[in-house]
Design a binder for this molecule. Structure first.
Ligand code: PYC
Length: 318
């Protein structure tokens, strides 16, 4: 029997949403670049994702971060985020957590840092006050009014937008966007997700819309323009307001003329945490660059042991 594998991680949370950055013990991708690393992880090292995110070491809301050599040498690192079902295109709460983790490790100090992801280079600014501002890849609204027939819920109309992941954004339909309606919101957005797939409604290039976002007015006492519930692939809900989801929202607000360039949008999450966002328009294009600010806190450093004698060394994966 082979020896146990040790994997070192640093955990953080961004507005309540956990990020687990792998800092030692992971297999090394032989080719530089975040795209190559995503392919490598999916094809050769999916056991790492399962071992770190699935129970008994993890739970469904944790997003893992695999660091790799960037293809772009201006970047401080490349990163591939992954969750309980697969690698993600991008993850901004995770990027904010990663920046605080790199600071915790002494690898960066306040300033501007480029980070390579499978969907492009993201620029993150760590402020001396500890907040992190992320300038996202170009984002856009693909469809302004998309109807989908959702069993038990009827016709739902939403926007389709790219925020680094594909989103279906629903405004003031379905259960109230309040923490006490978590189960109903999960059932509703899961039904929407299934209906989009069944009816062949996708993002560009037939890409799966794998995040569903439901918006409503903020709960009394929240200092926000809106409150959201975000269903992630894998059926966990985002405890943060979702950075790529807030980017998709900004792209929609820009496209509909409901928010001016440079104005601030405060997005509250389902648990009442905040991101603030602004956008700039890209010249000669319908696309915008969203800029999202949030904060994260390091919560732990762990060494996990993957023991070959443990039937769940790679997680409970029925
Ligand atoms: O913050 O972009 C985000 C995100 C995506 C999935 C979970 N969080």
């Amino acid at each position: 029997m082979s020896d146990p594998i040790s994997i070192r991680v640093i955990d953080s949370h961004t507005g309540g949403e956990p990020t687990r950055v792998v800092i030692d013990g992971a297999p090394i991708c032989p080719t530089p670049g975040a795209l190559a690393a995503r392919d490598f992880l999916a094809a050769e090292a999916d056991w790492l994702r399962r071992a770190l995110i699935l129970e008994p070491r993890g739970f469904e809301a944790i997003v893992g971060a695999y660091l790799c050599e960037p293809a772009d040498s201006d970047c401080v690192t490349g990163v591939v985020f992954f969750n309980n079902v697969a690698c993600l295109n991008s993850c901004l709460h995770g990027t904010i957590g990663l920046v605080k983790t790199l600071e915790h490790l002494g690898r960066i100090t306040p300033g501007v840092h480029k980070i390579e992801t499978p969907v492009g280079v993201i620029e993150a600014t760590l402020s001396p006050n500890g907040t992190v501002t992320v300038s996202n890849v170009p984002c856009y609204r693909l469809v302004a009014e998309q109807q989908v027939e959702v069993p038990n819920y009827g016709t739902i109309t939403g926007e389709i937008a790219w925020g680094g992941n594909w989103f279906f954004l629903i405004q003031d339909q379905g259960p109230p966007v309040r923490f006490e309606h978590l189960d109903e919101l999960t059932a509703f957005t899961s039904a929407v997700s299934q209906a989009l797939q069944d009816q062949g409604i996708t993002g560009e290039n037939n890409e799966l819309i794998d995040h569903i976002e439901s918006f409503g007015p903020p709960a009394p006492g929240l200092d926000a323009d809106s409150q959201n519930f975000v269903l992630c692939p894998g059926k966990a809900y985002d405890r943060s307001p979702c950075g790529t989801g807030t980017s998709a929202k900004l792209a929609c607000l820009a496209a509909s003329g409901k928010l001016a360039e440079g104005d601030t949008w405060r997005q509250a999450s389902i648990i009442g945490t905040y991101f603030s966002g602004q956008f700039t328009r890209l010249p000669d294009s319908q696309k915008v660059t969203p800029v999202i600010t949030g904060s994260a806190h390091v919560t732990g450093e762990s060494t996990f042991i993957l023991d070959p004698r443990d039937p769940f060394q790679f997680g409970i994966n029925p």
